[in-house]
Design a protein around this ligand. Structure first.
Ligand SMILES: [Ca+2]
Length: 493
């Protein structure tokens, strides 16, 4: 009887408690794992070739969001949207050169909000785009692994380009001399150990930090950013050896959709920045195969580092008190549509990994097909940790989906990408892409104007490879009209 009464009291308290219950009345910690250029090609997303046992074990105690979309498929705009909870048209970060504090100087970022509520907020590795850090976000200086971050051969490092090439500024432009030659090698089967490469060093530092944070007892928001599988594909040999390159399938479709404007694609400029890549497109088949092998090797290398973080949470007794969120900052084209890397509005570039594992899950191991956006991460973590809701954010809490993965919280997910270079960062054109459960509508408008230059419509259910633009075909005006209602007001200069 007494036990029944205690259970009743506990249930009432649980229902009242605004955040996730942890072992005592402390708020849960947050471990946020950011993986650069990770597409949702993982075991827990149904990939038949990925070797990702550690991300998969995180997924087994959390919820996998199978339709999560970034707000713009390139590092800084995507990361800025996630970290500020604001869309690119609000932060005015559409490129790799603009800091969000220029347009929204007083915005309170996700970790900054946690810091204001008593959390120790710390960042290791790439969280914001490198070189565009934000001191107000953290309780201490942003930590990076020492030395060179992505390559192994010092001779290559003197050959890097630091300027803007095909719309992509070098990831590490601030610490490299400007020499008008190509970057280093596009892929390396490395003889280094995990910890001799930057992501291993970052994982080792994260292990140390988690031990210290566990002893300290203050709630923490620890952000850990991994640099792989971003180009160049450098991973220890053992991760290459995990994969049979003959088993990694080539994309089914290697050309732009029939009826799509040429500018919906691009010239693979980021990839052509690297050595080993001959001019012109498409790439030779053997090279494409090698690159796909390298990508998956780097994903497995990063997965091993994620595993070290999960092990450290267990070892330090933190797992039951910590919300873990893992995201890749956008998708990645491995030859789909004849395209490599990101920088488009296609499904392969905008659809991104998002996994949330909260203490005491109601739906552990579930896959949630609801449409969600990266701007939802901020309000979700605030909600899960029981902090007062921050106002003015663009997204919505995904907590209802963690409780019931068959639910939905929004009708569409919106991504965007500018095209062309002009006198402003937004470019002459902005393509807004509206994704609902079945369709993807992309409308290209003149920047700062409502004038439509081109329209694309894809039936993602019946044509998941986006082989045909249906926008000009009869009978689709109603769906175009319906989805067009979600187009934002014109933005930009
Ligand atoms: Ca990225």
């Amino acid at each position: 009887m007494l036990n029944q009464k205690l259970i009743t009291v506990a249930c009432v308290w649980l229902a009242w408690w605004p955040g996730v219950l942890v072992a005592d009345d402390r708020r849960p910690n947050v471990l946020m794992i950011a993986v650069d250029d990770l597409r949702p090609d993982l075991g827990c997303y149904g990939s038949p070739v990925a070797k990702t046992p550690n991300i998969d074990r995180l997924a087994a105690r959390g919820v996998v969001f199978s339709r999560a979309y970034c707000q713009q498929a390139v590092c800084s705009p995507s990361r800025t949207a996630l970290m500020t909870g604001l869309r690119p048209d609000t932060t005015r970060v559409w490129d790799l050169k603009t800091h969000f504090r220029e347009a929204v100087p007083d915005c309170v970022t996700l970790p900054q909000y946690f810091k204001a509520h008593g959390y120790h907020a710390a960042a290791l590795g790439k969280i914001y785009h490198r070189g565009y850090e934000d001191g107000a976000s953290w309780s201490e200086s942003h930590w990076y692994p020492t030395g060179r971050t992505v390559d192994t051969d010092p001779a290559d490092w003197t050959k890097r380009i630091t300027g803007s090439v095909a719309g992509e500024v070098s990831e590490y432009a601030h610490d490299e001399p400007r020499i008008a030659r190509k970057k280093g090698r596009a892929f390396v089967v490395s003889d280094k150990t995990d910890d001799e490469l930057p992501d291993g060093a970052t994982a080792a530092e994260a292990e140390r930090r988690l031990a210290t944070l566990a002893r300290d007892g203050t709630p923490f928001f620890l952000a850990v950013g991994f640099a792989k599988p971003h180009l160049p594909f450098v991973a220890p040999k053992k991760y290459w050896d995990l994969h049979d390159p003959d088993a990694i399938p080539a994309p089914r479709v290697d050309r732009l959709p029939e009826g799509a404007p040429e500018f919906a694609g691009h010239e693979n400029g980021e990839l052509h920045n690297y050595q080993q890549i001959p001019p012109g497109n498409p790439l030779p088949d053997e090279l494409a195969r090698r690159l796909r092998h390298g990508y998956h090797a780097c994903v497995s290398y990063t997965d091993a580092q994620v595993g070290r973080l999960l092990d450290a949470l267990d070892r330090e007794g933190l797992t039951a008190d910590t919300v873990v969120v893992l995201w890749g900052d956008h998708g990645w084209q491995l030859g789909e549509h004849g395209l490599w890397h990101k920088h488009t509005n296609f499904e392969a570039a905008t659809r991104s990994p998002l996994i949330v594992a909260a203490p005491h899950p109601k739906a552990a191991g579930a896959t949630c097909p609801a449409l969600v956006e990266f701007v939802d991460v901020y309000p979700t973590l605030v909600d899960l940790c029981g902090l007062p809701a921050e106002t003015g954010l663009a997204g919505t809490s995904l907590r209802p989906l963690l409780d019931d993965p068959s639910a939905s919280v929004k009708a569409v997910a919106i991504s965007q990408y500018p095209r062309g270079k002009g006198g402003n960062a937004a470019g002459p054109l902005m393509g807004y892409s509206i994704r609902d459960p079945r369709w993807r509508l992309t409308v290209w408008r003149e920047t700062g104007s409502a004038r439509v230059v081109a329209t694309e419509l894809y039936d993602e259910t019946n044509d998941p490879d986006e082989t045909r633009n249906l926008a000009m075909q009869a009978g689709h005006a109603p769906v175009i009209d319906r989805l067009s209602r979600y187009l934002p007001e014109p933005a930009g200069d």
